[in-house]
Design a protein around this ligand. Sequence first.
Ligand SMILES: [Zn+2]
Length: 178
Amino acid sequence: MIQPDDTSAGEGFNPYPDLHTDHYFMGEALRQARKALQKEEVPVGAVIVREGQIIARSWNQVETLKDATAHAEMLALTQAESVVEDWRLTDCDLYVTKEPCPMCAGAIVHCRIRRVIFGCPDAKGGAAGGFINLLQMPNLNHRSEVTPGVMGAECLELLQAFFSERRGAASQNKKPAH
Ligand SMILES: [Zn+2]
């Protein structure tokens, strides 16, 4: 029998959330982000996990759907709600390659997501502690646990690739600015 205070449980003891699980699911979110890149969307991907299973996966589709609210997290939340058949996602964790914006953070709190795991931080627009922390506001009726920086370098690399390619294309076209 392993007692809760028995530190010899170390090896093979796999507490949840653990680093390997987070890396695995962030890898899946990155696969979604790469799909966005292929479609010339800002490469952000998200998956939602419930009881160790992915129940929703999506990538940013603002241009494809011509919808400013079609961020990866928003689309994944809607998918997860329909899978669970409930707007309460209290036993679900959301993995996203970039720190959520204020819109998505607001939706995440409304859906009562248990945990948010993100890749690269966004000091300018991030609402999970970057410039504001809407996921852990003391006065709101739900707060999500936050794990930042999981595979952050890979997530950032994808975004940088996208933006440097866009800058290159823009300087070649030399279109006058509106
Ligand atoms: Zn967002």
